[in-house]
Design a protein. Structure first.
Length: 184
């Protein structure tokens, strides 16, 4: 039963991670800003027909990622829906995408490592604890059953250990991206 619940949770999580909304720019030049609003600094510009991935929408603003990896906010009215298949064909047919200037530096590397590895480390610790727990034998089941060994304290402990491991890995990966900045 618990494996079914774990599998269900992983399926739901992966659907959120991999569900991406592709849109294209419908004006000649569109400013990409740091935050949602006209008063914020322009970090990039994209042209008509460029494909973007919409990460989230806040009021009339969309948080996007461009084909070249730049992230920021644009006004939603300047984007139009596009078919996912067309976007994937265009991205796969383009020459290799060079990293955007924002994809360097310690801060970027640290965030990248922490975001990608925290959930994975947490699941590994929780799964290891579950599978090392012993079965309790009784007359109801031939092979016995497992009691879930997680208390709120255990879950907090898993989160703290995962955060510590991800912080250390983030330091290494952040340092790598910081050094990489000097060679670009």
């Amino acid at each position: 039963m618990n494996i079914k619940i774990t599998f269900f949770v992983l399926i739901i999580y992966s659907s959120f991670v991999f569900a991406q909304d592709y849109k294209s720019v419908n004006v000649r030049i569109l400013n990409v800003r740091e935050q949602a609003g006209k008063k914020y600094k322009v970090v990039a510009q994209i042209k008509k027909g460029d494909k973007v991935i919409v990460i989230s929408e806040i009021n009339d603003w969309s948080e996007i990622e461009t084909e070249h990896g730049a992230k920021g906010f644009v006004n939603t009215k300047y984007l139009e829906k596009t078919k996912v298949e067309e976007s994937l064909k265009q991205v796969s047919s383009n020459k290799p995408i060079e990293p955007a200037p924002t994809e360097v530096g310690f801060k970027y590397g640290f965030k990248l490592a922490f975001k990608k590895l925290f959930f994975i480390a947490f699941i590994i610790f929780a799964g290891f604890t579950y599978f090392k727990s012993k079965r309790i034998k009784d007359g109801r089941y031939n092979s016995g059953y497992k009691i879930i060994p997680f208390s709120m304290f255990e879950l907090i402990k898993f989160a703290a250990i995962s955060a510590a491991i991800c912080s250390v890995l983030g330091l290494f990966i952040g340092t790598f991206f910081w050094i990489k900045a000097f060679f670009i």
